[in-house]
Write a protein that binds this ligand. Structure first.
Ligand SMILES: Nc1nc2c(c(=O)[nH]1)N[C@H]1C(S)=C(S)[C@@H](COP(=O)(O)O)O[C@H]1N2
Ligand SMILES: [Mo]
Length: 307
C-alpha cells in the first residue's frame, strides 16, 4: 500500500489547487470533545493519540493521492493502474439505461439525466474496506433528485447500478478477477437519503476517469466498494439484488456494507484505519462518523448479521 507522509508530497502538488488548499473539510458530525470537560484517563490517551488536542481533523486528502491511489478493477487491480490504464477512456457521449419498476423505462443521455438538477459540493470521509481512508471534496447531484426524476413504481424496493461492461475499453475485464459487470445497489430508503450522491466531479473539476467518470455513486457511511463507478444502467427491483463483491465472496462482503468498527472483516480488523497521508492509524467510527444522520435507517436491524 502506498502511504505517503505529508512531507513526502512536493509542495507544488498541494499548493496547485487554490480552491481547496488548506480548507478544512465540512463533514457533518465529526464528534468534537468539549475541552474543559472532565475526561477519564482512557479518553485522555485517546486524545493524545490524535495528537492535536482532541477533535480529529479531517483535512482534505491531496488531490494527487485521490487520483493515483485507486480501486477500479476494470482498469487493473494495482492501486496505480487505473490512473494509467484509464487515461484514454472515452466518456462522451455517455448514456444511462433505466429499467425495471419505473414509470418510463428508457435510455437517457447523461446531460438529460442530470439536466437542471442542483449540483452540490460535498466533502466526505471515504473509508475503504481495506482499512484506508481519504477525505474527498465531491461535486454531484443528490441521488434522491435523480430518483424523483425517474419515477420508480411503489413496488420498487431496491435500486441497482451497473458499470459499463466492455472488455475492449476496460482491459481489466479481460480477466475474471470479478464477475462483470460490476454491480452495486441500495435499499430505496438508503438511496433517498440526502447524503447519497451521484458524483460528476471532485476537487472542483470533472471526475477523472480513474475515479469513475462520468458518473459514480458516493455513499459516505458505507465501505468504498458500494461507490460504483462509470454507471451505464440503473434498475429498480423488488428484491435485494446480488451485488458484485457479495457475489464474488459472500462470506466477506455483504449487501449493506455499513462501516462498522465492531465487525471485523474475516481476514483483518476494521477497528482502525490509515488516513492516506497520515502516519498513525485512527479509530474507525460507526457509519464512518455519519451515525447521527443515518443510524435510524437501520433501527432494529442486527448489523452483525446484515453486514
Ligand atoms: N466499477 C467499479 N467501481 C468501483 C470499484 C471497482 O473496482 N469497479 N472499486 C470500489 C472500491 S473497493 C473503492 S474503495 C472505490 C474507490 O474509489 P476511488 O478510486 O475514487 O477512491 O471505488 C469503488 N467502485
Ligand atoms: Mo474499497
Amino acid at each position: 500500500m502506498l502511504i505517503r507522509r505529508p512531507d513526502d508530497i512536493p509542495s507544488s502538488e498541494i499548493t496547485g489547487e487554490s480552491l481547496y488548499q488548506n480548507r478544512r473539510a465540512f463533514i457533518g458530525t465529526a464528534g468534537t470533545l468539549a475541552l474543559g470537560s472532565v475526561l477519564a484517563p482512557a479518553a485522555l490517551s485517546a486524545l493524545s493519540a490524535t495528537g492535536r488536542g482532541g477533535a480529529q481533523k479531517d483535512d482534505i486528502t491531496p488531490e494527487k493521492d485521490a487520483t493515483t491511489y485507486n480501486n477500479f478493477y476494470e482498469f487493473g487491480t494495482g492501486k496505480d493502474e487505473p490512473a494509467e490504464n484509464a487515461k484514454d477512456f472515452k466518456t462522451k457521449p455517455w448514456t444511462v439505461a433505466v429499467d425495471g419498476m419505473v414509470k418510463n423505462p428508457r435510455t437517457w443521455a447523461l446531460e438529460d439525466l442530470l439536466g437542471k438538477l442542483t449540483v452540490y459540493d460535498r466533502t466526505y470521509r471515504m473509508r475503504c474496506v481495506e482499512a484506508w481512508s481519504m477525505v474527498i471534496p465531491w461535486q454531484g447531484v443528490q441521488l434522491k433528485d435523480i430518483i424523483n426524476r425517474l419515477e420508480p413504481l411503489p413496488s420498487a424496493k431496491y435500486i441497482l447500478f451497473h458499470t459499463l461492461h466492455d472488455p475492449r475499453r476496460m482491459p481489466g475485464q479481460r480477466s475474471g478477477v470479478l464477475p462483470w459487470p460490476y454491480k452495486e445497489g441500495l435499499r430505496m430508503d438508503e438511496a433517498n437519503h440526502p447524503l447519497a450522491i451521484l458524483a460528476t466531479g471532485m476537487y472542483g473539476k470533472s471526475l477523472p476517469n480513474q475515479n469513475g467518470a462520468p458518473l459514480r455513486l458516493v455513499v459516505p457511511w458505507k465501505y468504498g466498494f458500494k461507490g460504483i463507478k462509470s454507471i451505464v444502467k440503473i434498475s429498480f427491483v423488488d428484491r435485494q439484488p446480488l451485488t458484485t463483491w457479495a457475489d464474488a465472496n459472500s462470506a466477506e462482503y455483504g449487501f449493506y456494507a455499513n462501516v462498522n468498527p465492531a465487525v471485523d472483516h474475516p481476514r483483518w480488523s476494521q477497528a482502525k484505519e490509515r488516513r492516506i497521508g497520515e502516519f498513525l492509524k485512527r479509530n474507525t467510527l460507526p457509519f464512518n462518523g455519519y451515525s447521527e444522520q443515518v443510524a435510524s435507517l437501520y433501527a432494529g436491524m442486527d448489523l452483525r448479521k446484515f453486514y
